[in-house]
Design a protein around this ligand. Structure first.
Ligand code: NAD
Length: 293
């Protein structure tokens, strides 16, 4: 068997186009334009690239991009004060604080200052609690993207055995809850799990969010499984360096029914889902129905 390669770039482009159409409808209905504020503290080069890409994607979707930069020397109180000002600003529908924050600034404290109605990253305790309780809220972007990709292969995931490697609050835990909400039987595996290979082999949907290059071997993949590789790992040095996932792609594609590549799989979905969340937040804050996107 050779797997279908799940084209995350194309699926993300399609989602971004649907968000842009939703933004146009929102503007026609309200006379307003949704706005996403991104806070960047310090001068981490990778974070600067992420923030630039998010800003560009926001504008391309027809929304306002509001960028706030604070120096690496900013105190926790200054970052919190900025978040509170953005909470109070009616022109801001979504707030994203780019991680990592410089040492001395407590990321949890800052994240939990974000008004849950504007928490487009879905990382506040309120958003996490709402997801756990199955209540409407803003869902973390990367796990949301994984569900969209899985459903691009199989519209109903009911009854599938989903194995999620990794239990981070950013990916593994929320992804497990979303799969549960899709009526999957979910196994969460992590660094202390025994016989990971056997557990992976029992997965109809195998999701890897670990950050270890090629941890998942080809023979860990069940014939006909859907494989979602969230990992982003840089291997090799200099010109020869490249990005790989947590799955041995070349071996796994001979057993899976469908698999995401790295890059070009889960990665592009994250920003697309961020834009989707911003439009949803803008609609909910005005008491409008959730846009169909
Ligand atoms: P994390 O470091 O917070 O969590 C890693 C998890 O992997 C932990 O729960 C740990 O228990 C588990 N783990 C570690 N070693 C293991 C092993 N040998 N076997 C099984 N489980 C093991 O990482 P994260 O933030 O969840 O990110 C995971 C990966 O996903 C990283 O490569 C990251 O770059 C990538 N990522 C990609 C996107 C995207 O947009 N595609 C978004 C977020 C994270």
């Amino acid at each position: 068997m050779t797997a279908d390669i799940i084209d995350g770039k194309a699926i993300a482009a399609d989602l971004r186009a649907r968000v842009a159409a939703g933004v146009a409808r929102f503007e026609a209905d309200t006379g307003e334009t949704p706005g996403l504020a991104v806070v960047l503290v310090g001068d981490d080069p990778a974070s600067q690239v992420y923030v630039r890409n998010k800003g560009r994607a926001t504008k391309n979707a027809g929304m306002r991009s509001i960028e706030h930069r604070l120096p690496a020397s900013a105190s926790e109180a200054e970052v919190v004060a900025l978040v509170r000002a953005l909470n109070a600003d009616n022109a801001v529908d979504g707030i994203l604080v780019q991680m990592p924050l410089p040492g001395g600034v407590d990321a949890n404290r800052v994240i939990n200052e974000i008004d849950p109605a504007k928490d487009v990253d879905g990382l506040t305790e309120t958003s996490a609690g709402r997801l756990l309780l199955g209540k409407a809220g803003l869902v973390p972007c990367t796990p949301q993207g994984c569900i969209i990709l899985a459903k691009s292969v199989r519209t109903r995931l009911d009854g599938a055995h989903a194995v999620v490697l990794g239990r981070s609050i950013l990916v593994g835990k929320p992804l497990s809850l979303l799969l549960l909400a899709e009526n999957c039987t979910v196994t969460m595996a992590h660094s202390r799990t025994k016989d990971l290979a056997a557990i992976c082999r029992s997965a109809d949907i195998l999701c890897a969010a670990v950050g270890r290059p090629a941890l998942v071997k080809g023979d860990w993949v069940k014939e006909g499984a859907i494989v979602l590789d969230v990992g982003i790992n840089r291997v090799g040095a200099g010109e020869a360096s490249k990005l790989v996932g947590d799955v041995d792609f070349d071996a796994a594609k001979d057993r899976a029914a469908a698999i995401t590549p790295v890059p070009g799989g889960v990665g592009p979905m994250t920003i697309a889902c961020l834009l989707r969340n911003t439009l949803i937040a803008a609609a909910r804050r005005r008491g409008l129905a959730q846009p169909e996107i």
